[in-house]
Write a protein that binds this ligand. Structure first.
Ligand code: SF4
Length: 390
C-alpha cells in the first residue's frame, strides 16, 4: 500500500452562492485549501509520526502525520496518548444524548442518503403535539440533552417549524442541539433565542469534485455555503459548533485532515466557540443501492478519532450508534466524550408511533439504562448534562 496523494491540489472550491445565501469572508476556505495543497500525505517517516505524537501544539502537518499510513502502524501509541489527553481534559465524564428526527422531507439528492428526495420512502413530519409527545417520552428516560434533526427541506421544515420544536424541547431538556440545513447568521440568532445551544454541520466530503458528483442538485450543491456554516451560527450567538465528514464518501485520510484543519481554523478565529467532531462512517441505506465505499475499517476510524484527540485535545468527540456495541464500548475509554443512547431514528419512533422512514441503519440500539451500566462498569461517569442554568 502506498501513501495517499492529495487529489485536491489545484482544485478550486465552488463559490457560486444563491441570492439568499449570506456570504462570509472567503479567507477561511482559501486557507484550508492552501494547507491541503501544502501538505503532501506521504510518505511520512516514523520520526515525523513520533514528533507529532510528542508535540504539545500539533500543527496541521502533525495532524497529517497522525493520519498517515505510517501512523496506522503505531495505533497503540496513538490510542494511549489519546486516552491520556481525554482523561486530562474531560476526566471520566461521558455525555449522553439522543437524536430526535422530527421530519424526513428533503429537497436535496445526496446519492448516499436514505432521505434523498428521489428515494421512495415514507415521508413524514411531526406536528407540534407529536413533537412534544416524543420529547416527553425521551425526557422520562432521564436524558437531558436532545439533538433535533430534519431532512433539508426549507418548505416542509421551515425556520418557524424548527424554532417551535426547539422551544418545546427547551421545556424538557437542558441542552438542545440541531442538525438541519445550513442557515444565515440572523436565522441562527432566531434559533438561539428559541433555545438552541449548538449546531452540527457535516461537510460530508472536502473533495470538491466528489462533492459535486455526490450532490447533483439542490441548495447543498453550494460547497462554500456549507463550508462556512460553522461561522454563521457563532455569529448568530450559538455556543457550540460541530464538524464532520461522512467517512467513506471519498479518501477518508484527506477528509479527516480537512475536517481537523477546518475546526482548527475556526477555533483560532473564534477561541470562545465550543468545538466538537462527529465521526460517522457510511452505513447501509434502506432502498438505496449506492455502493458503500468499504474503504474505511474500524481500525481506520479509530486512527482518525485518536488523531483528532491529539490535534485538538479539548474538542468534544461524538460517536453515534452507526458504530457497533464493541467499538462504542471501547472508544469511550480512549477518546469519545459523547455518545447517543436510546436511539430511534425513524419519525415518531420514540413513542412507537412511526410515521416515516429512517435515514440509515443503526448498529447499537441500547437503551439509556444499558449505556449507563456499560459506562459505570468501565469506571466512567455518565453525564446527562454538564450545563447548569442559574
Ligand atoms: S444527507 Fe441531508 S441533505 Fe442529503 S439527502 Fe440526506 S437529509 Fe437530504
Amino acid at each position: 500500500m502506498t501513501e495517499t496523494k492529495l487529489p485536491v491540489k489545484n482544485m478550486t472550491a465552488p463559490t457560486e452562492y444563491l441570492k439568499d445565501m449570506e456570504q462570509t469572508d472567503p479567507a477561511l476556505i482559501e486557507k484550508l485549501f492552501s494547507y491541503l495543497d501544502e501538505i503532501n500525505f506521504g510518505p511520512f517517516t516514523n520520526y515525523e509520526v513520533s514528533a507529532a505524537l510528542e508535540s504539545r501544539r500539533p500543527t496541521p502537518r502533525d495532524l497529517a502525520a497522525l493520519l498517515s499510513l505510517t501512523a496506522e502502524k503505531r495505533l497503540e501509541d496513538l490510542a494511549q496518548k489519546a486516552r491520556r489527553l481525554t482523561r486530562e481534559h474531560f476526566g471520566n465524564s461521558i455525555n449522553l444524548f439522543t437524536p430526535l428526527y422530527i421530519a424526513n422531507y428533503c429537497e436535496n439528492s445526496c446519492l448516499y442518503c436514505g432521505f434523498n428526495s428521489k428515494n421512495n420512502i415514507k415521508r413524514a413530519r411531526l406536528n407540534e403535539e407529536e413533537i412534544e409527545r416524543e420529547l416527553k417520552t425521551i425526557a422520562q428516560t432521564g436524558l437531558s440533552e436532545i439533538l433535533i434533526l430534519t431532512g433539508e427541506s426549507q418548505k416542509k421544515s421551515d425556520l418557524d417549524y424548527i424554532g417551535r420544536a426547539a422551544e418545546i424541547a427547551r421545556k424538557y431538556f437542558h441542552l438542545v442541539g440541531i442538525e438541519i440545513y445550513p442557515l444565515n447568521s440572523d436565522d441562527y440568532a432566531i434559533l438561539q433565542k428559541k433555545g438552541v445551544d449548538y449546531v452540527t454541520i457535516f461537510q460530508e466530503t472536502y473533495d470538491v469534485k466528489r462533492y459535486a458528483a455526490l450532490h447533483p442538485y439542490g441548495r447543498k450543491r453550494v460547497f462554500s455555503y456549507r463550508f462556512n456554516a460553522q461561522e454563521r451560527p457563532i455569529a448568530g450567538g450559538l455556543r457550540g459548533v460541530g464538524f464532520g465528514s461522512l467517512f467513506g464518501l471519498s479518501d477518508f485520510r484527506i477528509d479527516a485532515l480537512a475536517t481537523g484543519i477546518h475546526a482548527y481554523l475556526i477555533q483560532r478565529k473564534y477561541p470562545h466557540a465550543e468545538i466538537s467532531f462527529s465521526c460517522p462512517r457510511l452505513r447501509p441505506i434502506p432502498g438505496n443501492t449506492f455502493p458503500l465505499a468499504g474503504r474505511i475499517s474500524q481500525k481506520n476510524l479509530l486512527q482518525i478519532i485518536c488523531a483528532f484527540r491529539l490535534f485538538m485535545p479539548f474538542a468534544g468527540i461524538t460517536v453515534s450508534s452507526r458504530e457497533n456495541i464493541i467499538f462504542r464500548n471501547n472508544i469511550v475509554d480512549i477518546a469519545a466524550t459523547r455518545i447517543s443512547a436510546g436511539v430511534h431514528i425513524n419519525i415518531g419512533g420514540h413513542c412507537g408511533k412511526i410515521k416515516g422512514d429512517e435515514q440509515f441503519e443503526i448498529n447499537d440500539n441500547r437503551s439509556l439504562a444499558e449505556i449507563f451500566s456499560m459506562l459505570k462498569e468501565r469506571g466512567l461517569q455518565p453525564v446527562l448534562s454538564d450545563y447548569l442554568y442559574v
